[in-house]
Design a protein around this ligand. Structure first.
Ligand SMILES: [Zn+2]
Ligand SMILES: [Zn+2]
Length: 402
């Protein structure tokens, strides 16, 4: 998982499963168990296996199943899967259905979450096999689900930039271990919250969060990252009778290896964490270069942005808001550094009220809406200033990266 700022300043958006989907038609028990038992969970997560079995039992009953995603149609053959809030943050996915197969962009925080999406795609979108998984960047909430695709028994290629391949090789395991090491502390905090809970519903929420964290811990115990099988430096083209997908690197931004997936025929682009509706995460970022990368992406003709987090975006307003915020914040930190201010002084002076970009085009309100979307009524939504402070610290630390 990514560390401090933006959506990662509160990486545990507590939320139960609020969207109960009515399942259309009978679910194939064999398919469901094949996905789950195919190895994605085998031996790694007894808790989650039990939970998914229970989920299957509920879905097979004529009622509902707690899906982990909301899948909505973007254009012909193109879908957006918005991740429900979970104890460990999952990214959204873009789903591209082609003539004979499917391309999925990004793979969430754990194999069982990807297995869950694979099941939902089968039930709600298409029975065609997933042939390609594109990882927009190396962060855990976009890559740790990769093994689930390999275990479907279909031939799957994993596509990423060469830079992302290198980052996965050097950092995936180290980062995963560091993240897993924070779990006991999170569980303690939830048990404390449960002890002071004001309702049975809040208590149940805490218990469910603890269950998710324990399952995550167990599942990641024997985790081995999947390295990309196809890498490239600048761009890679997937052609099909249905439409083309241009996988493109536009420069250093959220990480050293971010790519976007652009479909000219649908005028849609999947952007990972370079463009999304939370505050940016700049912990591995390039503050001086990121706005130029967004400008370069914006040179293409599109009207729909499928982001790595928060809601689907129509038009470019929020893309421009994010771009201007990063540019303004970087400028402010730069000035402050020249004036000899310490980081703590910067965090005192660069306030939400003083940042023009937050007050243009409804950006502050939009961020509040997106933040609310990722929190339940039982979890505290952190004030915007705490996210801004994390961004200031990351810009301060990374300002000279090129
Ligand atoms: Zn990221
Ligand atoms: Zn992310």
């Amino acid at each position: 998982m990514e560390k401090p700022a933006g959506h990662h300043s509160h990486p545990h958006p507590h939320h139960p499963h609020p969207h109960n989907h009515v399942v259309d038609g009978p679910t194939s028990r064999r398919d469901f168990l094949r996905v789950l038992m195919g190895g994605a969970l085998a031996g790694a997560s007894i808790l989650d296996l039990a939970w998914h079995r229970a989920a299957w039992a509920r879905s097979a009953a004529p009622t509902s199943e707690p899906n982990l995603f909301d899948i909505q149609k973007v254009a012909n053959g193109i879908y957006f899967a918005r991740a429900h809030p979970q104890a460990m943050l999952n990214c959204n996915a873009a789903i591209f259905v082609r003539s004979k197969d499917v391309v999925v962009v990004d793979a969430h925080a754990r194999p069982s979450a990807a297995a869950s999406l694979i099941g939902q795609i089968k039930r709600e979108v298409t029975t065609k096999p997933v042939r390609y998984v594109i990882n927009t960047h190396f962060h855990a909430d976009h890559t740790q689900g990769d093994p689930a695709y390999r275990l479907t028994g279909q031939k799957v290629d994993f596509i990423a930039s060469a830079a992302t391949g290198k980052l996965l090789e050097s950092l995936a395991v180290v980062r995963m271990k560091a993240e897993v090491a924070t779990v006991p502390q999170q569980i303690d905090a939830l048990r404390d919250q449960a002890a002071h809970a004001k309702s049975a519903a809040e208590k149940a929420f805490c218990a469910d969060q603890v269950r998710q964290l324990q399952a995550y811990q167990a599942e990641l115990k024997d985790y081995t990252p999947v390295l990309p099988t196809i890498t490239f430096d600048k761009s890679y083209l997937l052609q099909d009778a249905a439409y083309d997908l241009h996988i493109e690197f536009h420069g250093h931004a959220h990480t050293a290896g971010d790519v976007v997936v652009y479909c000219p025929q649908a005028r849609a682009v999947a952007t990972g964490d370079v463009i999304h509706g939370f505050l940016p995460n700049i912990a591995d970022g390039f503050p001086r270069l990121w706005p130029a990368a967004i400008d370069s992406i914006g040179g293409a003709d599109f009207n729909t942005i499928i982001p790595g987090h928060a809601a689907l975006q129509t038009g470019r307003t929020q893309m421009v808001n994010l771009r201007n915020y990063i540019e303004e914040l970087t400028g402010r930190v730069e000035e402050s550094r020249k004036a000899g201010l310490s980081l703590a002084e910067m965090q005192q002076r660069i306030t939400v009220a003083s940042l023009k970009s937050l007050h243009s085009n409804g950006y502050e309100e939009y961020l509040a809406r997106m933040s609310a979307l990722s929190h339940s009524r039982f979890s505290k939504v952190p004030p915007l200033q705490s996210g801004v402070n994390a961004n200031i610290a990351d810009v301060y630390g990374n300002i000279d990266r090129t």
